[in-house]
Design a protein around this ligand. Structure first.
Ligand code: FES
Length: 134
């Protein structure tokens, strides 16, 4: 079991590629929220725009607005998400904003029809049981 590339997934410490799911399914929605095993502040958005996936911290670096619910616009070939709370813009590819804020972005890769995101924690499309408030 430990043969070959042992750290593809399953490693909870350090940055590694996290399997998210099949691209055919994930591309059906413009944005999915991926829960982080580190908790709410570390959740990540997986955007699918113009045939490409982008991963970005889900909570706006301004005041924590839900970027998954933001509008996406293209200007001069640059795709941006606009935070629904105060309309700050963030470049989907770099995380840069016209406001000097910077949103953390993550590498995404497609392999054998599956989407992977490079992240320091486990990512899941469903909440982790430990994070659920009952
Ligand atoms: S919380 Fe996102 S712009 Fe203010």
């Amino acid at each position: 079991m430990a043969s070959g590339s042992g750290d593809e997934e399953g490693n909870t410490e350090g940055v590694s590629w996290r399997l998210i799911g099949p691209a055919s399914e994930l591309s059906k929605k413009r944005c999915r929220l991926m829960y982080s095993s580190l908790g709410y502040d570390s959740d990540v958005c997986l955007f699918y725009v113009k045939g490409e996936f982008f991963a970005m911290d889900a909570r706006c670096s301004h005041s924590g607005g839900p970027l998954c619910e933001g509008d996406i616009e293209e200007a001069d070939g640059v795709l941006q998400v606009f935070c629904p709370w105060h309309d700050y813009d963030f470049d989907l590819r770099t995380g840069k904003s016209g406001t000097s804020l910077q949103q953390q972005v993550y590498e995404v890769k497609l392999e054998d029809g599956n989407v992977y995101v490079k992240h320091s924690s486990h990512l899941s499309l469903l909440p982790f049981p430990a994070n659920q408030k009952s």
